[in-house]
Structures are given as C-alpha cells and as structure tokens.
Design a binder for this molecule. Structure first.
Ligand code: GLA
Length: 378
C-alpha cells in the first residue's frame, strides 16, 4: 500500500492478549472470571492523514491491507477486517471527532489460540484512535464498544471478559471480575517457584463461533426453565446446585449439563480467588483440573488435542494443574508448572503431541501483564 512509503506514526499503542485462570463461559452468564493480560500483544502505529473520511489499514502479519470510507462502513467478507470495521462503526455512533487515518497493525499474539487476539485488535484500535483524535471515550466505554463491535460485525455473542482484560489489566495481578456489576478486585499473584506455561495446540476448530452462540442459547434456555420455579433468578449466576437439581427433570440432558458446568465453574472462580490470595497453588491446580473436566464433559467445548495435553500433565508431579483456556475447541492449555520442571515438561509434551497429532507444539511462559497502553507518542 503506497502510504507505507511515507509513514511516520504519530502514535504507537499496544494491546495485549489475555489468559483466564479460571471461569470459562461464566461472563455471559453474569458470573465471575479471573483473567489477566499477557506479554504477547498487537501493536498499532497510527497517523492522521489529510482526508476527512479515508482510512488505510495494513496488517504486517497478513501482509495485506484495505482502505475504507468512514461514511460507508459495512460488513466485509474478510474476517479480520470486520474487527476494525465494527470498532469504527461503534466509534462513529458515539462521537463525531473521528477523521481519516492510516494504521499499521503488527502482532506477536497467535490468533485463534484462545488468547483473545480479537479483543486485542478491537481494544487497541479504539484506544489508539481515542488518543489520536482526542475522542474523550472513557476506558469502560471502549471495553463495551469493542464487545458490541464483535457482536454486530463479527457475529460472536461474546461476553465482556476479553475486552475488559485487554484494557484494564495491571502487571502482576489477575482481575476478579463480577460480570454483572462490573466490580473488580485486583489480586496480586506471586507464583514463585511455579510458572504459567501455555501450550498452543495450534488447532482452532471452526466450530468456535457457531458453537459459542449455541452454548449461550442453551444457558438462556436453562434460565427460562429454572425461572418457572424460581422467578427471582435472572441468570445462571443466581442458580444454586440445589435449584438446578430440583429442575433437572424439566430440562433436557444437554441443557442440564451446560447449566451444571456454569453453576460449578462460577463457584470455582471464587474458590480460586481465595486460594490465590492464600498462595495455595495446590488447590488452584486441582481447580484447574476440575474446570477442564467440566469444559470437556459437560460444556463440551474442548477437543481431542486439548484433552490430550491436559491428560498428559496428570502423571507429572511438577505440574499442579492444567486446563484449556478461552472460548474452546482448541487454542492453548494453561499449565502451572514448577520452574525446575519447565524444560523437561515442554520437551516431553512436544514429543508426545507430535507423535499423537503430527503437530509441533508451541510453548511459552506468560506472566500477568499491563493492559492496553501508549508505547510512544509524537
Ligand atoms: C471467548 C469470549 C469470552 C468468554 C470466553 C469463554 O473468549 O470472547 O467472552 O465467554 O470465550 O470464557
């Protein structure tokens, strides 16, 4: 794209991916989650151009770009463009300060790996444009606007966790977020001598978006059934195991399984927050295993590759716990591993995984990191 030749960015912004220690699919059920940003991120170089409405976006990773007119924003057939277009559409609904700009996007965050590269892309763009054009959007508005963009332009009816974690995270902390009230508690984490290791299955089964929306509907169906007996409940977050058992005969087996997972998972988040506070990593590890069991058997959003990697850790005394992180159907598993065992764990997991699936595993350590930030201005 010809703008690249004379590009001198006025602003550089970085927006991170995230892990979620525990609390999967609880966000859209108004429950709790425990995410934090990681070091891997998407970087945006931005400059205003002379035009009122003409914008040019170039992705270094895809080595391709597109141009658009702010007066005519419509859904594209190319998926990654929709994250950008959706965000611009939502900004234009809320402010009138946006003008033509050029942007180069660069990422070291693997996409489709359950680390929320989508939220990083959405949140980084709105954060950067807010700064560049002085739009005056508060952080929480940027979080919500990015979530809406994903609903309307991408079609995933996601919860708020990813965008919230991408923007609000603080280094050295995980966020205990109440997805109903949006109140948060920052929990300091010191895992030493343990480390958080991600194993990237490198598979991302296509089911992800469609099945995600199906899960959401199944949960809503469960809520509607439980409400007949317990009219005060508003979401699965309000449901206890006892209520669910009482309603079991009134719902199909699948809906029951989905609801059981969410009710238990929500409790696990609170237990995990407590365990982290007391530095009880053994307990934390056990919760990770239980969560994965539910993800796989009850919520059915795992896959053979993730199950294999989680099972593989169970024989290893230097691994406290493991589970698939993120929306599901592949992506990364999150492992709590003693520092003395990290190298041998990665080596043996890589060998076993290559043998079983003929895929070379990607493994890296992550630490709780800072949310979206300005890297350079002017
Ligand atoms: C995706 C969604 C989130 C959340 C997770 C599952 O990452 O974007 O809102 O629902 O899946 O916990």
């Amino acid at each position: 794209m010809h703008f690249l030749e004379n590009f001198s960015p006025q602003l550089v912004v970085a927006s991170p991916g995230r892990i979620n220690l525990i609390g999967e699919h609880t966000d859209y059920n108004m429950g709790y989650v425990l995410p934090t940003a990681i070091e891997k991120k998407i970087t945006f170089q931005l400059q205003k151009n002379e035009s009122d409405t003409h914008c040019r976006i170039y992705s270094k990773g895809y080595d391709t770009g597109f141009e658009l007119d702010l007066r005519h924003i419509a859904i594209s057939k190319i998926e990654w463009e929709n994250y950008i277009l959706g965000v611009l559409h939502e900004i234009l609904k809320r402010t009138d300060g946006l003008r033509g700009f050029d942007c180069i996007v660069e990422s070291n965050l693997p996409s489709g790996s359950g680390l929320s590269s989508s939220a990083a892309l959405e949140c980084g763009l709105v954060f950067g444009l807010n700064e560049l054009f002085d739009l005056g959007l508060p952080k929480m508005e940027m979080v919500k606007l990015s979530q809406t963009a994903e609903h309307t332009f991408v079609g995933t009816q996601c919860g708020i966790m990813d965008q919230y974690a991408s923007v609000m995270s603080e280094a050295g902390h995980v966020i205990l977020l109440d997805c109903r009230s949006l109140e948060r508690r920052m929990i300091p984490v010191s895992l030493d001598p343990f480390k958080l290791i991600l194993l990237n299955t490198k598979v991302s089964h296509n089911l992800a978006t469609s099945e995600y929306n199906v899960r959401r509907r199944e949960c809503e169906e469960g809520v509607a059934i439980i409400q007949r007996d317990f009219p005060k409940i508003r979401s699965l977050r309000d449901v206890t195991e006892k209520m669910l058992t009482e309603c079991r005969d009134k719902m199909g087996e699948v809906v029951f399984k989905r609801c059981s997972f969410i009710v238990a998972e929500n409790q696990r988040v609170l237990e995990a927050a407590e365990a982290l506070g007391q530095n009880d990593l053994d307990h934390m590890g056990r919760l990770l295993y239980k969560a994965h069991e539910g993800i796989s058997k009850l919520y059915e959003v795992s896959c053979a590759e993730s199950d294999f990697l989680v099972d593989f850790t169970k024989e290893n005394p230097l691994v406290l716990g493991a589970r698939q992180t993120g929306g599901g159907f592949g992506g990364c598993t999150l492992n709590i591993v003693h520092r003395d065992g990290v190298d041998s764990f990665i080596k043996s997991a890589s060998e076993a995984y290559a043998k079983a699936f003929d895929i070379s595993l990607e493994a890296f350590e992550v630490t709780p990191s800072q949310g979206t930030t300005i890297v350079r201005k002017g």
